[in-house]
Design a protein around this ligand. Structure first.
Ligand SMILES: [Zn+2]
Length: 158
């Protein structure tokens, strides 16, 4: 199966809300994040659901790794709700730029290398703290390449 390369990542209001709530309430001495679920259509990935980190996430000042059981439960609910599938992850860089670290890239490569997960590309949304605001950037990782793509955020609900 071939799919067009991703040029745009679009977060729906529902997904944006989860992230903005986490940014507002989390302790930013460590990174936070979660998984992203949605659909890849033409050159756009639409994110319908974003996860919170979950109780067993690994959170350090320079690294984040999702809580797998928490992620799996969200993935099951999202698939039941609207057929959304796991397309990638979001996380924060409280003290650096919204650019994937070497360790982030290694994590994405592990996902790409797992045939059971069936990823063509992994979407990464990284939020960095800049002049008292959060700035976001989206990336698409495919095997040996990580490319910046456009990030579109709908206004959060509520
Ligand atoms: Zn990172």
């Amino acid at each position: 199966m071939t799919q067009q390369p991703v040029t745009t990542v679009h977060l729906t209001a529902q997904a944006t809300s989860v992230i903005t709530t986490e940014l507002r309430t989390a302790d930013h001495t460590t990174e936070t994040g979660g998984i992203l679920l949605g659909h890849h259509t033409h050159d756009t990935v639409t994110i319908h659901h974003a996860g919170a980190p979950g109780p067993d996430a690994v959170r350090t000042p320079t690294y984040f790794l999702r809580d797998l059981a928490h992620a799996q439960a969200l993935a099951d609910r999202a698939f039941t709700a609207d057929g959304s599938v796991w397309v990638g992850e979001w996380h924060t860089h409280p003290t650096s730029r919204p650019v994937p670290s070497a360790r982030d890239i290694a994590t994405y490569r592990q996902l790409l290398d797992d045939p059971e997960l069936g990823f063509h590309s992994v979407i990464a949304v990284i939020l960095a703290r800049s002049e008292r605001r959060w700035v976001g950037a989206a990336w698409t990782a495919r095997h040996d390449r990580i490319t910046p793509v456009q990030l579109r955020l709908d206004d959060p609900v509520g």
